[in-house]
Design a protein around this ligand. Structure first.
Ligand SMILES: Cc1cc2nc3c(=O)[nH]c(=O)nc-3n(C[C@H](O)[C@H](O)[C@H](O)COP(=O)(O)OP(=O)(O)OC[C@H]3O[C@@H](n4cnc5c(N)ncnc54)[C@H](O)[C@@H]3O)c2cc1C
Length: 438
């Protein structure tokens, strides 16, 4: 074995870097503080059930994530996830389905025929996409999503059922704060992509089993190590490499991928000679919460389809875990981004969401139990004109992986995996190593 690389953090970014580096002749060691891999997209055990810290969806356009999943043996055909044609459905209120036509007609036809919008707003939405396409989905100056929608004359209904729920789902940031440029990047690659790109990929297994755990097996099979429950306290400079100070001792490595969540980076990298502004800027990023509200109903209860939009309450989307993961009667509702709901107790949140579901779906009467999982810093706040740090740092053998690093995408699995792969390639270049495994 040649060089030794430490990967600090076993989330999707860290495991993406680990998979990519394991294909070369470097020896990889992943340090993960928690007892479960996956970070902000991980499995959570509760009442003997495998839940997730929050419902996650992927788009067909998540090319890097899907390629890595394939590499570690996770395919649609292996039953790990299901692909569904784009179908944004708020039962009784609104429905947008991609038409069976080639791009971009599949979307234009879908918008023009969608249910629940006055004709003028359907035409307005199709025109909005057409203009965005004509201008290459690029803005001269970034503004908020709200300002972009106002400038483009988007009506109240299309904002409420299409653009705003999409903005919250993709950027986890309220339209009045969210970056219109990042929103357009997402629309360019998903809604405006091929039918395949605009498909929704819904997990059929828990999130740790979807990529981080098979990635760890892939790394192990190529001589690498994954240390669980091993928290890194500091990374120090040492001769030509780095000293990793962790809960079980100190070790020397030739290079480091820092794949920590942004709010842990400054403290762990503080001993290194990095420009103060770099760590201070990462530390100053603002964050947005996501609440996952699980509600267990009787086994015969469920939603009309795997994922539905919700209106008139706190939650924006609900997922039927019975249809997706065989957990009959279990619904997971999602509340994205900041808002007054952060002041409520978990009991109050669950009660409000149960009420919201009861009002729309007659079969969902009273849940037997509820469980709220609050991720207070689920993603960075994806604001207009936000500067995100590059994966490369002034130290050639130290790189930064994570959804918060430079990317056209918001804080998503795809931003995380792309950053991990880029970090691996930067280090391979710095260490003069090449791929030796497929
Ligand atoms: C509830 C929720 C719903 C979401 N929904 C979606 C979605 O539908 N689609 C989508 O694409 N994205 C979604 N996201 C965003 C997505 O989960 C994140 O963008 C992604 O998981 C970030 O991965 P990461 O590897 O960059 O960071 P993290 O997952 O934060 O990984 C960092 C890792 O470092 C570990 N760590 C921390 N401190 C130390 C230490 N001192 N030593 C060693 N290890 C340490 C952590 O335990 C963690 O495992 C959602 C996020 C949440 C929270």
């Amino acid at each position: 074995m040649g060089r030794r690389v430490a990967i600090v953090g076993g989330g999707w970014a860290g495991m993406a870097a680990a998979v990519e580096l394991s294909r070369s002749d470097v020896q990889v060691t992943v340090f993960e503080a928690a007892s479960m891999l996956g970070g902000r997209a991980r499995a959570v055990e509760y009442r003997g059930l495998k839940l997730d810290n929050g419902a996650h969806i992927m788009a067909g356009a998540y090319r890097q994530t899907l390629e890595l999943m394939r590499k570690v043996g996770v395919h649609e055909s292996s039953g790990h996830f299901v692909r569904e044609p784009l179908d944004l459905h708020f039962p009784g209120l609104f429905r947008l389905r991609a038409a069976r036509l080639p791009r971009p007609l599949h979307l234009a036809a879908g918008l023009l025929t969608c249910r629940g919008l006055p004709l003028a707003q359907r035409i307005g939405a199709a025109r909005f996409m057409h203009t965005a396409r004509r201008t290459g989905f690029a803005l001269d100056t970034d503004i908020s999503v709200d300002a972009l929608l106002t400038r483009s004359g988007q009506g109240a209904h299309v904002r409420r059922f299409l653009w705003e729920p999409l903005c919250l789902a993709a950027l986890n940031t309220r339209p009045q704060d969210a970056s219109a440029q990042v929103f357009l990047n997402v629309l360019r690659d998903s809604l405006n992509g091929t039918r395949c790109d605009s498909e929704l990929l819904l997990p059929r297994c828990d999130l740790s089993a979807l990529f981080p755990a098979p990635a760890a097996a892939f790394v192990g099979a190529r001589g690498g190590h994954v240390r669980m429950g091993c928290s890194v306290r500091a990374v120090q400079g040492h001769a030509a490499g780095f000293e990793i100070e962790h809960t079980r001792g100190n070790e020397h490595y030739d290079a480091v991928v820092c794949a920590l969540p942004p709010y842990r980076v400054a403290e762990v990298l503080a001993p290194l000679p990095l420009p103060h502004g770099l760590l201070a800027d990462i530390d100053a990023l603002e964050h947005e919460p996501i609440f996952a509200v699980y509600l267990q109903y009787d086994e015969g209860a469920g939603l009309p389809q795997a994922m539905v939009g919700l209106d008139g309450g706190l939650a924006q989307w609900a997922f039927d875990r019975g249809r997706l993961q065989g957990q009959a009667g279990l619904i997971c509702a999602v509340i994205s981004a900041r808002g007054p709901h952060q002041q409520l107790t978990h009991e109050q949140l669950a009660e409000r969401v149960a009420h919201q579901l009861r009002a729309r779906f007659a079969r969902l009467r009273t849940p037997q139990w509820t469980k709220v999982i609050a991720e207070k810093r689920a993603t960075f706040s994806c604001r207009a004109r936000l500067q995100r740090p590059d994966q490369a740092t002034p130290l050639p053998r130290l790189v930064l992986a994570g959804d918060y690093t430079a990317s056209p995408y918001p804080g998503t699995l795809e931003a995380a995996t792309r950053s991990g792969v880029r970090c691996a390639r930067l280090l391979m270049e710095a260490l003069h190593v090449h791929h030796v495994h497929p």
